[in-house]
Design a protein around this ligand. Structure first.
Ligand SMILES: *Cc1c(COP(=O)(O)O)cnc(C)c1O
Length: 385
């Protein structure tokens, strides 16, 4: 079977999670639309009985993502990235301290603050690229952290964390390490192999890749942690519909091609932006003088496809740029085949230390010259006046 061979990720995304190769079998797994299963008496572990607990249309995606993240267990599919994040944060006991990036995905921080208000959980924001500061926060003042939350690169500031060093410091005080791997994808980094305990994804983004589903996933090697995440999914009902799961698997089949192309586009566009007179600041880990460059080069495969951009002229110029693009789509979200952009601080809940004029660009798989022409004309229109 292909799954038993040590296949490269570019092959795994294509070959994993296929039905058994029997004569006249379909090449793709079927979508099974059934809320319940024929069942009586005791239910052995792993047997299907009700589709909130488990359903077979999840399995091919879960197996494939598990293999990509080099987990010993299948991924757990959730109804959204936030549902997977909520499951991961539920591992923190009441009153526990969570050290988290100041510039983590804003709704992750909102959820953690809600938990803080209800259960006494304490959130300690840190600059995740400042390793000494994160280690000090994890060690605490007599009360070590219960969990270190990591995003690398961060959304939307693109800070790069020293993941192996942070994992070591967290484990030294008994803290769990959870990594939101949405930006890097498992092709860019595999946090479980760097010692992380939990990995979460917004499958909505690169993994599904076509801006047509909202889904999430969580992974853990440890059986007790895996069981706790799964239990959270079942009792909260934070589940994916079979059709969405099937679409996510179809999207995942082209992940390697999409990531290769969008990363190459992003690096080229970042390089041109850095030389453009209308730009005050550009961040992409591929740029040799980016603060995250050396770390990303050492610990990631590729630099991702998200660019942070501050045009000259502040908020007005940023808004004018978004209004002036014709090919790039003004929209939130990221990781689709189409290039998109937005000013993050238009959302009242975005972290206040994110600059008001920061644009987050999600670079897609279009022709790079078309993307550049559109961006350059929008920049000229927005910053010339
Ligand atoms: C979008 C996103 C999420 C939330 O995922 P949803 O699928 O929208 O619930 C979490 N983390 C990161 C880094 C994201 O970009």
């Amino acid at each position: 079977m292909p799954d038993a061979l040590p296949l490269s990720p570019a092959t795994l995304v294509v070959s994993s999670g296929r039905p058994a190769r029997t004569q006249a079998a379909p090449v793709n797994p079927p979508i099974v639309l059934s809320s319940t299963y024929v069942s009586q008496g005791e239910v052995p572990d792993g047997e299907l009985f009700y589709a909130r607990a488990d359903t077979e249309t999840w399995h091919p995606f879960e197996q494939t993502l598990g293999a990509l993240e080099r987990s010993t267990r299948p991924a757990l599919l959730f109804g959204s990235g936030m549902a997977a994040i909520a499951a991961a944060l539920s591992l923190v006991p009441p009153g526990g301290r969570v050290v988290a990036p100041r510039h983590a995905y804003n709704v992750t921080l909102v959820h953690a603050q809600d938990l803080a208000a209800r259960s006494g959980l304490e959130v300690v924001p840190v600059d995740i690229d400042d390793t000494d500061a994160v280690v000090a926060a994890v060690q605490g003042d007599g009360t070590p952290a219960a969990m270190l939350w990591v995003e690398s690169p961060t959304n939307p500031m693109l800070e790069v964390a020293d993941v192996p060093a942070l994992v070591e410091a967290a484990h030294a005080v008994g803290a769990l390490v959870a990594v939101d791997n949405t930006f890097a994808t498992p092709l860019g980094q595999r946090p479980l192999t760097l010692g992380a305990d939990v990995v979460v994804h917004s499958v909505t983004k690169y993994l599904a890749g076509h801006s047509d589903v909202v889904l999430g996933a969580a992974l853990a090697d440890d059986p007790a942690v895996h069981t706790a995440l799964r239990r959270h999914r079942t009792v909260h009902g934070a589940i994916a519909g079979p059709t969405e799961a099937w679409l996510a698997l179809r999207g995942l089949r082209t992940l390697a091609l999409r990531v290769e192309r969008s990363q190459a586009n992003a690096a080229e566009i970042a390089r041109r932006l850095a030389a453009h007179p209308g730009i005050a600041q550009v961040r992409h880990p591929s740029l040799p003088d980016d603060p995250g460059h050396a770390r990303a080069a050492a610990q990631m495969d590729g630099f991702g496809s998200i660019i942070g951009l501050r045009p000259r002229g502040g908020v007005a110029a940023a808004e004018a740029l978004v209004a002036a693009v014709r090919l790039w789509v003004p929209a939130t979200s990221l990781g689709g085949v189409e290039s998109s952009l937005e000013r993050r601080r238009r959302f009242p809940l975005e972290t206040v230390t994110v600059p008001e004029d920061l644009l987050r660009l999600s670079v897609g798989i279009e022709d790079v010259e078309d993307l550049w022409r559109d961006l350059a004309q929008a920049l000229d229109a927005a910053t010339s006046g």
